[in-house]
Design a protein around this ligand. Structure first.
Ligand code: FO1
Length: 451
């Protein structure tokens, strides 16, 4: 019997009786062999029916414009997941192609009894699931293995204020921020999946290879756990002060692991809670990890057009509409922005960081996005340029957190109207002076120029 707390993480996409055949976990967002509720649910269901469990990953060659920077990180992490899953007696199969094409024929070939997958609020993933569901009439269950509190439990609708979301999720943590399952070892062993030539897969991918891989984060769940340990021991105590100074390097640097699901947010929260850091630092970090991150899933899950102007609050849209024809003091093309060729050295440094190392320092992300709005011919153009640049270069991009973060800055999402001004209307302007940033911005620019 599945425990009630685990059942609450599950949504039945297609509620059919279990068939006699192996359980298949279609891994997508939560790319790890441990601390994974979707894997645990598939394992418990497999054991209940005395069948083996196989994990499948559908590798698509053109995932929202991703480049070798992101595919390299992802595939190296999956290689480790494969080893861990196999040593636990599970199969791991890599299917290349669109899920609705390659998955139903695989399910048919192995005579699957159940299909389990992980939750993802992005449109592309929901469309994949809808099509797989049409092509296969197996019982199909979706598990929220990414959020600490399942997104459908926190709220069955979109929550429009940060404070309301915090008030809803906080009491639920007592129930959901519980122990994670031990590594899954199903009772029946899976026989017969072939070893994967990962280097060959990576070499054969027809993707953009001009955006180089980065080395500040080693891929995989083992490296993710080590990065978490280092953060808790060495940097959490000084959070958030040091994390706002790029000359000190106090950020958690965990977002790529969270994005690719190589690290579970629940594991991060448990380790942070258990650490010896001052409670103020822990609370601050947990507010970002739990409230802000899980709010972004709520936003994308209930806002199918999360990456468009229409997703902005009405007051922001109305005020920006009134300022559409305001003259822009500076106007840059997407290419000029991409090449960091603006009049503003601080903005150029932020953009250069993104291009060179796949992330923008936390103290400058809002500034970077807001200036794109000021320097573009329309909010629609600004939004698409910001998303394009972030998705192309960011290691943790194509994520609900990224889309929501951009909408918060460019569209006033979860914010309030400010005094109306040219171009931005009532959206908050970012005027970043040295005092405001409280670090030597010239030293930062120097640092970036050496990258
Ligand atoms: N998920 C998949 O299931 N298959 C893929 O081929 C795939 C490629 C990919 C490339 C870059 C990237 O940033 C993410 C990618 N993901 C892929 C999805 C990813 O794991 C996340 O689930 C979502 O992007 C965010 O929710």
């Amino acid at each position: 019997m599945i425990e009630p707390i685990l059942s609450m993480r599950v949504r039945k996409v297609l509620d059919r009786p279990f068939r006699d055949g192996p359980a298949i976990y279609w891994m997508s967002r939560d790319q790890r062999a441990s601390d994974n509720w979707a894997l645990e649910y598939a394992k418990q269901t497999a054991d209940e029916h005395g069948v083996p469990l196989c994990v499948v990953f559908c590798l698509t060659p053109d995932y929202l414009g991703a480049t070798i920077r992101q595919y390299g990180f992802m595939l190296r992490g999956l290689r480790e997941a494969e080893e861990r899953l196999r040593s636990g007696g599970m199969g791991f199969v890599l299917l290349e192609g669109l899920p609705e094409v390659v998955l139903p024929s695989f399910l048919h070939r192995v005579g699957a009894g159940l299909l389990v997958t992980d939750l993802d609020p992005l449109r592309i993933k929901r469309e994949w699931k809808r099509r797989v569901h049409i092509e296969s009439d197996l019982p199909f269950h979706e598990v929220d293995a990414h959020n600490i509190v399942p997104t459908w439990i926190v709220a069955p609708r979109r929550i429009s204020s940060y404070a309301t979301f915090r008030a809803r999720i906080t009491p639920l943590l007592e129930r959901f921020l519980n122990d994670l399952p031990p590594p899954a070892v199903p009772e029946a062993r899976w026989e017969g999946s072939e070893a994967i030539d990962w280097q060959g897969v990576l070499d054969d991918l027809r993707i953009d290879r001009t955006v180089k891989e980065v080395h500040w984060a080693a891929p995989g769940e083992g490296a993710g756990r080590e990065a978490l340990g280092r953060f808790c021991q060495e940097r959490l105590s000084a959070y958030p002060a040091d994390s706002m100074n790029p000359l000190l390097g106090g950020q958690s640097d965990l977002s790529p692991y969270l994005h690719f699901g190589q690290l579970s947010a629940q594991r991060v929260a448990l380790e942070v809670r258990a650490s010896a850091a001052p409670s103020e630092a822990k609370e601050h970090y947990l507010d970002q990890l739990v409230v802000k991150r899980e709010l972004s899933d709520n936003f994308c899950y209930h806002t199918p057009h999360y990456d468009t102007f229409r997703a902005f609050p009405k007051w922001a849209r109305d005020s920006m509409d009134k300022h559409r024809s305001d003259p822009r003091e500076h106007l840059y093309t997407a290419e000029e922005l991409e090449g960091a060729r603006t009049h503003d050295p601080l903005w150029n440094a932020a953009q250069t960081e993104l291009v060179k190392i796949g992330k923008i320092h936390g103290s400058l992300r809002a500034y970077w996005a807001e200036k794109i709005l000021e320097w573009s011919p329309s909010p629609e153009v600004a939004l698409s340029v910001a998303i394009h640049l972030n998705d192309r270069y960011g290691l943790d991009a194509r994520d609900p957190s990224g889309y929501t973060g951009i909408a918060m800055v460019m569209g006033g999402l979860y914010g309030r109207p400010w005094q109306s001004k040219e171009v931005l209307g009532k959206v908050k302007a970012m005027t970043y002076t040295e005092e405001r940033l409280s670090y030597d911005t010239h030293a930062f620019q120097e640092k970036v120029s050496r990258l």
